[in-house]
Structure formats: structure tokens, C-alpha cells
Design a protein around this ligand. Structure first.
Ligand code: ZN
Ligand code: ZN
Length: 459
């Protein structure tokens, strides 16, 4: 199609907003992306050829090698990696049994970072609380010597807003339970499914509080255990989890760049995290993000040629255990963070994008009106200007780096998140393609324009 035809087509599609050359590039990429399955092919390659990749594990090392090879195969101009020290943890065996009054097995998994139980297991009475706040407010005599069961339900929601409300059970449950003298904690899985898959995820200890084992039972098992309490009898549970700390390892942030032809020092930073939990294949979390941002960069290169600004794709190490790669990147590159035009991370599965949030300099935020209008026409609405940008870039606005986030439909994300059921079949090719297209359009626009949203407004 000629440029003139393209311009006419743009006129027809869009509300009357002055259109820039950068938008023509974005629309060109859109057309190509809608014919491409590259993001799906990349996450398929990662999940099939590498699979689970917990930080510091053999799978993680294989993922780093895979990422370097993938960037090279796709023809990135520069491929390199930066070391990240990570604490490796091995899940080991885990089981849980109701000993009395209704003997039966429960599906359990250890929380990431948990210590083990004694080898013969840990047997005690269970005390149930509906929230971490009611545990903290409980009488210590009621908790002491027992196993705490935190049974908070998580509601299904497009934006996943209930995750933040429930996840303190997982992260801080062991510390709160130990403060009250408990010998172990189990939580109702932080998830929206009704299944017998337990959801793992990182937990934390406090050096000043005794360390106790921490696990999650599936939501179906949590319902079953909860129902036993109506018998008014003491419920005795035996849990046996043989997780272990496997020491320090070196992992890497793996980085691929298309170097800017006119402004190589101005950087468009798009990212995802390469690590995953160990039970599924990390397809939604965060294989999808890896596929989306890597494909977006490659599609821009294919459609517009060498970008004016540098496009940098970062696949971060060890997000799951505390944004370790993200923080390390900010430290290693502290003197050049000012070169970043904006940073963004895709880390919410493969549901379709419906909103663009930014943290841009307020004075220029609305300058890319033609881009916003083109996205609006695709069902992606311009949202707030207080975005955090995604986990691994969330620290960058503190250094003045603008960020944006592309909000995805997360209605079903927490059915699979951090479970053995997070596998490739959960990704719909048309959904991940929509993500790829939106990311590619924004990347093309920003890499081919002079729009500069620096500095980010302070938090
Ligand atoms: Zn993630
Ligand atoms: Zn995760």
C-alpha cells in the first residue's frame, strides 16, 4: 500500500486528531502484527524447551541461555546479560493429612522461601482465622503451639484488585502466626479458582521472629477444612514439607537491543521477567510477557527498519522472589537511567489490553494524541497518570524515569497464577496477538518520534 493510501486510511479510522509520521509507523506495525503469531511462538518455545525456571535453578540457567539464543536468532543488534545474585530455594516433597476427626489428605504446596517441617512432619491442632488482621488480634493462648489456617477468599475481578488485599496472608502469614506462638501456617491459596491446584508464591521471614513452615492448600481443600470446623471437634493436622534453601547462585538479566540510528542514547525500555515458579511451565507468568515484548521489538524492526531511538528489551531475573533483577538493573545502570524515555513491563498473563496508564511529565502527557486516539479505536482507553509501570520497573520513577502500563483483562489470571496449571494451553493466540500489537504500536511510535515524557512526576 502506498503512503498516500495509508494516510487516507488513517483519516477514515480516526477522530480528527493531527496525525504524525510516528503514527504512520505505528499503524504500519499494527498491520504486520495482526498477521504474526510471533509472541505465541516465543512463549511456546520457552515453555516447551525450558519449562519451569525458579531463580538460581538449572531451569533458570537454561532460560538465560534460551533468551540469549532467541535474541540472536531474531537478529537483535546487541545481546548481553548482567549478573544478578539470587537465593535458590528447592520445594521438595510436601503433603498434609487431617489426622482427626475426619482422616484424609489435603493438597498442599510450600510457599516460596519456607523452611522445612521436621522430617517426620509436624502435627498439631488447627486454628482458623478469616484474615491476617483477626490472627493478629487473637488471644495468644488460643494460637500457641497450633497450626494457623488463614482462610481468606479472593474475589474474581478484571483488574485483579483483590490480589493485593489477600496476598499479605501469603507474604506475612508466617511472621504474624509465629508472633502468636504458632508452629506452622497454612493459607487458603491466593487464587480465584475452585480446583485442587495449590498456589505458591513468595513469603517472608523477619529475623527477629521465629521461622515457622508455611504452605498453601488449594481452595477446594480450604473449603473442606473449613467445613470440618462445624463439627466443633479439635481438628488435628499433620503437615510434612521438605523445602530447602539451596544457597546463592548467579542469574542474569538478559537484554536485547535494536540500536537507534539517530538517537542511540535515547532508550525505549520494554520488559518482562524470565523466571517463573517451579510447578507449572510459567506460561502466563511470565512467559506471555516474554513473548509479547520480544515480539513487539522484532515486529517494529521488521516494519519500520532501524528505529531512530534504541529499543531495549529486558528479560529480568528473579522477579518472583522480590523484584531482584529489577532492583539490580537500577543499581548497575544508575548513571544512565536518565536516558530512558519510558520503561514498561508486561506481567499479567495474556488477557487482552483495555487501558493505557502512564506516569509521564504532566505538561506533555497529551502530546501523542494521535497515538491515544488510534489505541482508543482498538478498545484501549487512556487511563490515569499515576501508573507504577509493572513490578520490575516500579522503582524507576523514583529516578525520574517515565513508565507506562498496559492493563490486561485479568478475570481468569488468578485461576492459574503460581500453580502447576500455569501452562501454554491457557494462552489464547488471539489474545496474546492483541497484546503484541498494542505493545508494538506504542514501541514503534515512541522509537520513531521526538515525544519526550521525561521526567516522571514524583510519587
Ligand atoms: Zn510475574
Ligand atoms: Zn508471579
Amino acid at each position: 500500500m502506498s503512503c498516500a493510501n495509508k494516510a487516507e486510511e488513517v483519516e477514515k479510522l480516526l477522530p480528527p486528531v493531527a496525525s504524525t509520521p510516528a503514527l504512520a509507523h505505528a499503524l504500519n506495525v499494527k498491520q504486520n502484527s495482526e498477521q504474526s503469531n510471533l509472541s505465541y511462538d516465543i512463549v511456546k518455545s520457552l515453555t516447551v524447551e525450558v519449562g519451569p525456571r525458579i531463580p538460581g535453578s538449572q531451569g533458570d540457567k537454561a532460560a538465560v541461555a534460551w533468551a540469549e539464543a532467541k535474541f540472536n536468532e531474531l537478529g537483535f543488534d546487541k545481546v548481553y546479560k548482567e549478573a544478578v545474585r539470587v537465593r535458590n530455594w528447592e520445594r521438595g516433597f510436601a503433603d498434609a493429612k487431617v489426622v482427626s476427626p475426619f482422616p484424609q489428605d489435603l493438597v498442599i504446596t510450600a510457599l516460596g522461601g519456607s523452611i522445612a517441617t521436621p522430617e517426620s512432619g509436624l502435627e498439631a491442632k488447627v486454628v482458623m482465622y478469616d484474615s491476617i488482621e483477626s490472627l493478629a488480634a487473637a488471644d495468644k493462648a488460643e494460637v500457641e503451639g497450633n497450626i494457623v489456617f488463614l482462610n481468606t477468599r479472593m474475589e474474581r475481578d478484571k483488574a485483579g484488585r483483590f490480589y493485593g488485599k489477600v496476598v499479605p496472608n501469603r507474604v506475612n502469614g508466617a511472621v504474624e502466626a509465629a508472633k502468636q506462638g504458632a508452629h506452622a501456617v497454612i493459607i487458603r491459596s491466593v487464587g480465584t479458582d475452585n480446583s485442587r491446584f495449590a498456589h505458591t508464591g513468595v513469603m517472608r521471614y523477619d529475623d527477629k521472629v521465629e521461622k515457622i513452615p508455611a504452605g498453601a492448600i488449594s481452595t477446594a481443600d480450604a473449603d473442606n477444612l473449613e467445613a470440618m470446623f462445624s463439627s466443633q471437634q479439635d481438628i488435628i493436622l499433620n503437615i510434612n514439607m521438605q523445602a530447602k534453601d539451596a544457597g546463592w547462585q548467579t542469574s542474569y538479566n538478559v537484554i536485547g537491543e535494536f540500536i537507534g540510528s539517530e538517537k542511540p542514547d535515547e532508550v525505549i525500555l520494554i520488559s518482562a521477567h524470565l523466571d517463573s515458579w517451579d510447578e507449572g511451565t510459567g506460561a502466563l507468568d511470565d512467559g506471555a510477557g516474554v513473548g509479547i515484548v520480544t515480539a513487539a521489538a522484532k515486529l517494529v524492526k521488521e516494519a519500520v527498519g532501524q528505529p531512530k531511538r534504541t529499543i531495549r528489551v529486558i528479560l529480568y531475573a528473579a522477579e518472583e522472589i522480590g523484584l531482584v533483577g529489577g532492583y539490580q538493573y537500577a543499581r548497575t545502570n544508575k548513571d544512565t537511567l536518565g536516558n530512558i524515555i519510558f520503561a514498561a513491563e508486561s506481567d499479567f498473563g495474556a488477557g487482552q489490553i483495555y487501558q493505557l496508564d502512564t506516569r509521564f511529565n504532566e505538561a506533555v502527557r497529551n502530546d501523542p494524541a494521535d497515538l491515544y486516539a488510534a489505541l482508543e479505536a482498538m478498545g484501549v482507553t487512556l487511563g490515569n497518570n499515576t501508573s507504577g509501570g509493572g513490578p520490575d520497573v516500579s522503582m524507576l520513577p523514583n529516578y525520574g524515569v517515565p513508565v507506562l502500563s498496559l492493563k490486561q483483562d485479568g478475570t481468569y489470571y488468578f485461576d492459574f497464577h503460581h500453580t502447576p496449571n500455569d501452562t501454554l494451553d491457557k494462552i489464547k493466540p488471539e489474545d496474546i496477538q492483541q497484546n503484541q500489537t498494542v505493545w508494538a504500536m506504542i514501541t514503534a511510535y515512541m522509537a520513531m518520534s521526538d515525544f519526550d515524557p521525561r521526567p516522571a512526576p514524583k510519587k
